[in-house]
Design a protein. Sequence first.
Length: 106
Amino acid sequence: MDSADRVLRHVVLFSFKPASSDDEIRQVEQAFAALPSQIEEIIDFEWGTDVSVEGIADSFTHCFFVTFQDAAGRDAYLPHPAHKAFGQTLRPHLEKVLVLDYWVRR
C-alpha cells in the first residue's frame, strides 16, 4: 500500500464516572464532536456508544474514531488548544480511557 493511500486512525474509548449525569456525558459527546470543525488536521470523524451483546466492553461505553492524513496531523491535534479545552470538559467525568492509533490497511 502506497503511503498516499493510507490514513492514521486515532481510536479513543471512554468509560464515565457513575456520578456523571446524562447531561454531563452529552456535553462531553458534543465537545468531542465539535473538534473536527476546530482542528483542520482531522479529515474524518465518527463516534458511537456500545451496543454489543457480548458484555465484554470492560465498562467502556463510548468510541470515537478520529482520522488524520498522516502522523503530522495527529501530532498537531494532540497539543491543539481545542483538544486541550475538550480535555478540561472531559476530565471531571472520565473513569477510564483507552487510546489506540493505527495505520488503516485495506
